[in-house]
Design a protein around this ligand. Structure first.
Ligand code: HEC
Length: 159
């Protein structure tokens, strides 16, 4: 019985969100994302479909205008800073997004070459969005996808 309890505890802790997660902030960030980013960035799409689109179909299947929110979410956490301390990691990823939004340059990309090659550089949003709004959006993006490494498709750098 004890062992069963421990196993359940272990499994639920694998899928639990960290204590830094704040549902209200996440939903607020999601709303701002929908208002200011989603005309180009689709929020989320299944990874196998994205892989098929970008690798096999040359983006002609989905005709995406930009990488999806869940792709950016995973890459942000994977490429920027270190996941060891979530609070600090959130600050590091927020700094990246703030900088990218004001001064976009594909040389700084966190996306894979097989994805980014389909897009022109994002237009700068300087003056069109406040620092606070970017902080809220990044909070949303940070927790959107692949937390706890659950997304097995991203573990292999295939595209
Ligand atoms: C007019 C279209 C457009 C809008 C609006 C837009 N983006 Fe983008 N974004 C792009 C394109 C195209 C790319 C891929 C090319 C690039 O990275 O510059 C991109 C890439 C990105 C990247 C990844 C950068 C990289 O290459 O690693 C981030 C982060 C990002 N956008 C955040 C945002 C956020 C946050 C918003 C809303 C506040 C937003 N974008 C609004 C078009 C847009």
């Amino acid at each position: 019985m004890k062992i069963l309890f421990l196993i359940i505890l272990l499994i639920s802790s694998l899928f639990a969100l960290p204590e830094e997660f704040d549902k209200e902030r996440y939903e607020n960030g999601e709303k701002i994302f929908e208002n200011k980013c989603s005309q180009c960035h689709v929020k989320s799409m299944p990874i196998p479909l994205l892989m098929k689109n970008f690798i096999e179909e040359d983006n002609k299947l989905l005709n995406l205008k930009a990488p999806t929110g869940n792709e950016i979410s995973f890459r942000l956490k994977q490429q920027i800073g270190s996941k060891d301390d979530i609070e600090f990691h959130l600050m590091e990823t927020t700094d990246f997004v703030k900088d990218y939004i004001n001064n976009p340059d594909k040389a700084k990309t966190i996306c894979l070459p097989g994805v980014i090659r389909h897009f022109d550089t994002m237009p700068s949003m300087k003056g069109k969005i406040s620092e606070e709004e970017v902080e809220e959006i990044t909070f949303f993006l940070y927790f959107l996808e692949g937390f706890n490494g659950v997304n097995k498709y991203y573990e292999k750098d295939e595209f």
